[in-house]
Write a protein that binds this ligand. Structure first.
Ligand SMILES: [Zn+2]
Length: 436
């Protein structure tokens, strides 16, 4: 292809707009790279970035390069000297270009493509290999994507949200990653064992995330959501963590708190387990090993067992064991969510269950019952807002996999960016005004 035709070819596929042209196409075969020199067409007036007024050119900056989408496996770079507009009002100002954001080192088309690859690759490492970019560049592209997404995000009509903590264990990181940033991880990973996320339960997305899980942390988390958006929230799902309750009372006073039924079930399961461990120990002293290896049975709902499992479970279940009694109490609570039709009926059902549990003389079960009684007002809200933190749990497991796929982070800021990049359902990509 002659030089003229190749310039026209690139101009037409780049879609540079009316002002810019390809003035030179250079192929460097040793490094498999194509460089396209861009220049303004003769006589073009340039727009001041402040006011948009078309002005004469004041001078030109040193040449800059932007990584663009590959051209037939060849790394493709745009190169231009950006002029400064001589604005009578704002003075000399570097012009904006149609192919890239002001400070970016990539074209918008490349960023959009990189976001696709980062979203779909198995890991950041794999995405970096595919894109032929470094780790820091990937970080920057994600950061810019998230900034764009947060700016575009609409938060009106938030109704049901969940606040949830998750543990972040530094031990899960491979040794190399731990050693690589030992110093910063001291403050980042060891200082805070937890992160707290605020999730939009209706849309299944993470709204924000902070380090830690104290009341102060939760207040800071809520503070990142504009007050007008907080005002539309009807209910907040959470576990029975006092710090979260206090923060919600203050920051979303109009919303009802709904203690998550899965966390309640977990407390009841823990109660059954504690009764079993104690009883098993006592029985073993008497040479009775009936409870050996039964932990799993008691955690399951009866109807989730296969026939064969049920056969072996039935005998110990029907024996007059404390563990069986604790298990029945736990099972009876499952009907708490099914039988009552209103929050009033739920309170009544709870009253019966509570009395029965207190009479059982099983300390671990009584402890859970007392905790539930104290917080009953925020449990029966479920009949008005049947929400749970199941969505949050799902997002949490996604967050865990981000963590292992990314092999550790140098800072909480980059961890947050990844969480919002992958779980924020944000509109991340730059808008491409034309084909570039
Ligand atoms: Zn101006």
């Amino acid at each position: 292809m002659s030089t003229e035709t190749s310039k026209e070819f690139f101009e037409s596929i780049l879609g540079l707009g009316p002002d810019w042209q390809v003035s030179e196409v250079r192929l460097d075969k040793t490094s498999d790279k194509v460089t396209l020199d861009l220049s303004l067409r003769a006589g073009t007036k340039v727009a001041c970035p402040e006011c948009g007024k078309r002005c004469a050119i004041y001078d030109r900056n040193a040449p800059r390069e932007w990584r663009h989408l590959d051209t037939m496996q060849l790394k493709t770079v745009l190169r231009a000297r950006l002029p400064r507009a001589n604005c009578p009002e704002h003075g000399p100002q570097t012009v904006r270009v149609p192919w890239a954001d002001p400070m970016a080192r990539f074209t918008l088309a490349f960023e959009a493509h990189a976001i696709d690859v980062l979203e779909n690759a198995r890991s950041t490492t794999q995405a970096c290999d595919l894109l032929k970019i470094g780790w820091a560049t990937a970080d920057r592209i994600m950061e810019r994507g998230v900034a764009r997404g947060l700016e575009r995000r609409k938060l009106e009509d938030l109704r049901h949200v969940g606040i949830d903590e998750s543990e972040r264990s530094g031990d899960r990181l491979p040794k190399a990653a731990r050693r690589a940033s030992e110093a910063s991880q001291k403050s980042f990973l060891k200082g805070h064992r937890y992160i707290t996320t605020l999730n939009d339960l209706d849309r299944g997305r993470v709204l924000e995330v902070v380090e830690g899980r104290t009341e102060e942390d939760a207040l800071a988390l809520w503070g990142k959501i504009p007050e007008t958006s907080r005002a539309t929230i009807k209910a907040v799902a959470m576990d029975m963590w006092q710090a979260f309750e206090n923060a919600a009372r203050r920051m979303v006073p109009g919303a009802e708190i709904v203690h998550d039924k899965f966390h309640i079930a977990k407390h009841l399961n823990d109660g059954v387990n504690r009764v079993r461990i104690e009883e098993h120990r006592r029985l073993l002293r008497e040479g009775d090993d009936r409870l050996k290896g039964t932990r799993w049975f008691w955690l399951r709902a009866e109807d989730n067992l296969t026939d064969a499992q049920y056969e072996s479970f039935r005998d110990i279940k029907d024996a007059a064991l404390k563990t069986s009694k604790a298990w029945l109490i736990k099972e009876a609570f499952r009907f708490f969510w099914v039988v009552p039709k209103t929050s009033d009926e739920a309170e009544e059902y709870f009253g019966q269950w509570y009395r029965h549990t207190i009479y059982s003389k099983l300390e671990p079960m009584k402890k859970v019952a007392r905790m539930l009684k104290e917080r009953l007002g925020n449990v029966v809200t479920w009949w008005r807002h049947p929400i749970t933190n199941a969505v949050s749990e799902g997002l949490n497991s996604r967050i865990q996999s981000i963590k292992s796929a990314a092999r550790g982070f140098h800072s909480f800021a980059s961890y947050r960016v990844r969480i919002l990049f992958f779980c924020g359902k944000l509109d991340l990509k730059p808008r491409l005004t034309h084909s570039i």
